[in-house]
Design a protein around this ligand. Structure first.
Ligand code: HPA
Length: 273
């Protein structure tokens, strides 16, 4: 079945269930699941209830949509994202972003956990994405172009609009949360990087590295959907400290900073209106 037909079927299932119609979409990263607790009058829709949606298998990812409100803004939140390393195709990862766009979202807020490459970063820092480097070796837009969604060739220079970043800076300042800004590089994972890869990524201009976000940003940019993205720096990247990196530590770091991240995202949503 072609993409637009599948999206129509998923949209119909959403229409039958959703008690609100969202204006903003949010994707929660590893360990950042508690952010969903900020959502007022939440309605939970497991991915399995929506035709054509894949389920999330990654630890620390619940695998459901949460519909509700923050500061009076109707929103839809993905509590649990789909990753390339889980074996999902790029198109499957892009699918919920396209579905949320079909529901009418006007802004997409993405969060993730990432390793800090910039030597000025510390674990627990929050980084606002200014730009990204796609090091995944794949792209959700490969294949026939769906003209109803966007153009074959599309600009990436405004994928992370300055207007959104200015709002995030104001929010961080108002809340007294120090915020870094930088370039996120995405790998396929699932391994953490080698120290040599981290030196290469730093030389390429990356400030942080992770295993998500870029496919979702590409799908959003294709549809002209503006993105605000935040990384929680859960650890310093490989070789920067004498420590063994683990997925459990990434989730623990996410949870320990989930309150700050949640406050920031909630305030951004209120300011975006
Ligand atoms: N590398 C890649 N992805 C990550 C890291 C890292 O060091 N930390 C959290 N996600």
């Amino acid at each position: 079945m072609d993409l637009m037909r599948r999206l129509d079927e998923s949209l119909r299932a959403m229409r039958e269930r959703a008690e609100i119609w969202p204006k903003t979409g949010i994707v929660l990263g590893s360990g950042l699941s508690p952010l969903a607790e900020r959502i007022e009058r939440p309605q939970f829709l497991p991915y399995g209830e929506i035709p054509h949606m894949k389920r999330s298998t990654a630890p620390g990812h619940e695998g459901r949509f949460v519909l509700g409100e923050i500061a009076g803004v109707p929103l839809i939140c993905m509590q649990g994202r789909l990753h390339y390393y889980e074996g999902h195709s790029m198109e499957e990862i892009a699918y919920p972003i396209r579905l949320m766009r079909q529901m009418g979202i006007q802004a997409l807020i993405l969060t993730n956990a990432a390793g800090g490459i910039n030597e000025g970063f510390r674990p627990g820092d929050i980084m606002l994405l200014r730009d990204h480097i796609n090091w995944m070796g794949n792209n959700p837009l490969i294949g026939p172009n769906e003209a109803d969604l966007g153009e074959r060739f599309f600009d990436m220079g405004r994928a992370y609009p300055e207007a959104f970043r200015a709002i995030a800076r104001e929010s961080a300042k108002g809340l007294g949360i120090p915020m870094k800004e930088g370039v996120y590089l995405a790998t396929s994972g699932p391994n953490f990087e080698t120290p040599a890869e981290i030196r290469m990524m730093r030389a390429l201009g990356a400030d942080a590295v992770g295993m998500s976000t870029v496919p979702e940003v590409l799908a959003a940019a294709h549809m002209g959907l503006p993105v605000l993205a935040l990384s929680l720096i859960s650890n310093l990247a490989a070789g920067m400290k004498d420590e063994v990196l683990s997925g459990e530590d990434v989730i623990r770091a996410g949870l320990s900073r989930a309150a700050a991240m949640s406050a920031l995202v909630a305030d951004v949503i209120a300011r975006m209106g």
